[in-house]
Design a protein around this ligand. Sequence first.
Ligand SMILES: [Zn+2]
Length: 869
Amino acid sequence: MKRKISKTYEPQKYENKIYKFWEKSGFFNPDNLKLPKNSKPYTIILPPPNITDKLHLGHSSVLAIEDLLIRFHRMKGYRTLWLPGTDHAAIATQNAVEKKLLKEKDITRHQLGKTEFLKEVWKFLRQTRTIILKQTKRMGASLDWSRIAFTLDDQRKKAVKKMFCDMYKEGIIYQGERIVNWCPRCHSTLADDELEYQKQKTKLYTFKYSPDFPITIATTRPETKLGDTAVAVNPKDKRYKKFIGKSYKVNFLNIPLKIKIITDRQVDMNFGTGALGVTPAHSLTDWKMAEENKLNIVKVINEDGKVKTGFGEFSGNSISQARKRIVSKLKKQKLLKKEEDISHNIALCYRCGTTIETLPSKQWFVAVDKKIKRLSNKSLKEKALELAEKKEIKFIPTRFTKRYLDWINNLHDWCISRQIWFGHKIPVWYKDKKIYVGENPPKGRGWTQDPDTLDTWFSSGMWTFSTLGWPDNFKNKKKFGDLARFHPTQVLETGSDILTLWVSRMIIMTVFALQEIPFENVYLNGLVLDKFGKKMSKSKGNGIDPIDMANFFGADAVRLSLLIGSTPGNDLRVSEENIKSSRNFVTKLWNIYRYGVTTYPHFKLEEKISPKNIKTLSDCWILSRLNSVIDEVTNNLKNYKFSLAGEKLQNFTWNELADWYLEIEKIEKNDYVLGYVLDKILKLWHPFMPFATEHIWQSFYAGKKILMVEKWPQTSNKLIDKKAEKEFQNLRNIIVKIRNLRTSYKIAPQNIIKAFGEKTNNQKIIEKLSRIKINAWPKVRKKGIKISEKNLKLTLDIANFVNIEKERVRLMKEISNWKKIIKKNETLLANKDFLKNAPKDIITQNKKHLKEYKEKLKVQKELLKNLNF
Ligand SMILES: [Zn+2]
């Protein structure tokens, strides 16, 4: 009995059901996989998405790549764990909720108060978290939901507290007054790589502090000069030699300053006056000079972005007010020598775009240069460099190794305290001048906890091991449970834009806690862009919603579009048309399956094949090709060449299996080989398009076997038959030649061309696929077009379908036209003026065209020659 199968595959009907079926099977959890005890682990910890927004195409791309790796390794027999989670994203979430409140209720967080505001944050998180997890499932991600984690849940809170205390005990975490990047709007410190730079026009002022001061200096920020404690000059600068080492009491617009003249080799003698006013409190370089020269540090700008008290009439002024006032006073007192327009790089807050102030602040820091016992007297920085240099951690593509090393080399102490409300609390308590650091609050009354929270990267830096049960699973330097089974992980796959922000911090934190690497490989992907190469954004309206697309074209189609064409480290362009054509490919696979089950009543998938079932040349050929493709796909997947793997498989499925083998199968009828090939390509395609492949698989096995945990196909060398491949190529060539000829002379498919020639192998295939009928040579040689391929020679009689004389005239006309065009092109390309003056790409284009025209002329000449019988 023939089975009824719908003409097209309707993903909407099946995808959710299939996901539930997988979940119910329990095989997302590695503990349930039926594997030998010594099976190797394969672990990926999902980069936790910020739950400030719904899933976008960039997330889907991460999910598609990781699920591909996970499904591939699960089928290869690894104890495969893919652990999900979400990120509380402290500052990002707080800002999102602040904006929401302002928009919906016209209320600021300060008006609402800390307790109420945090309630709002949690309410927001519960909603967004539910949405994003549902969307993650919708993409087919085979994550072990039984191990889900959140960067701010109880287990992670415990881990963060323990880490902070351990680092404090080891002297790695310290509190100090240091220069930080400060956003006056967010009212918080920011890490160096949380700054964005923008070129802005500003003025460079050249002036003297007072009439009696001997040196003129230049600055773009006169308001900070109220805090100058030195003037630095280059030690080689003869102009200033006599002043070096002297100190001056200066009256700068009625503010008393004490200025020492110091030297610094980094001062550029040719910039401005060659003398630099040193403001230790508001510049990192000046801060370092102050440390070396034991200068006073005078803070001018406070955390609100205003001039502090103690600066006379300027106190309480905003930065721009103070600047205006100082410049006008300098002018009046004839101290201003010059005012020039320059463009200058300004640091902005990456969250809100406010200009960043550099100022000293009492904060918590992680020391990166301090040598520590547990790292055999190396510093965190040294260890982080060593791991990449010794290739214990590999970066894919390798060019990112340099970026990582450069960044680590320039790393200075990491400020981890943030003045925001939402996040991990700092486990530090104060009472009078006493300080207590501990995982639990101190006993006794009167202690108050540090009001700050920790930098969000502090907790996400611990992500690979805090999710696997650290610190509970780590006693006396030994790992237990999940931590022993699954750490270090095999791959971290994430966006190249957070290589420094996140990846490097994970390495530092893991090295400290476990003295091992967090992951063996770091695969960095680029951005997902629109079809014009523009960044997708809500405001531009060029975004593609992956869930809408999945609901319309199927999640498999979305995944396929994100995998084929994607190469590590490079941006990927995706459009709705891409996804649509991926959907068409899924349909192609469906049609191959549909052909099998609608043609043969007992059609089934064959796991093995025996020689007696291999009957014809095309059987040998398709089996040989299949086994080469298994090898290529496996190797490319192993080497992170996902796109290449997909392209090879697509080419095999569409251009070889569907276009050739299936057409020949209709003549030769061998459902056994077809069942075998289909079994293998369902397995090979599964990591790319899990839904359609599992659905087809289940139509044969009805739950008795699950494709997701089937064994990955292995190449059978016995079936590789290069001789058959060559022979089949000849067969294919002759058919293609005849088909091309039919197209050239416009002979309709229903017209069977009479041909003459010797009896040949595969005659039936040639006849059917090229719509000809081969006859034995007649006594009188017939006129016709000669076609040959290796030993096979055929003469095609097309006189019935083509007016030979008319065709000859048409072709002669064409040939003369092409000759004219070619001549014109050749003349142009011989013209020296043209070659000298025309843009390079125009010349290349012309050369390319000339080549194409010559090719066309050759074809037409061949066609005309063929008519000369
Ligand atoms: Zn800000």
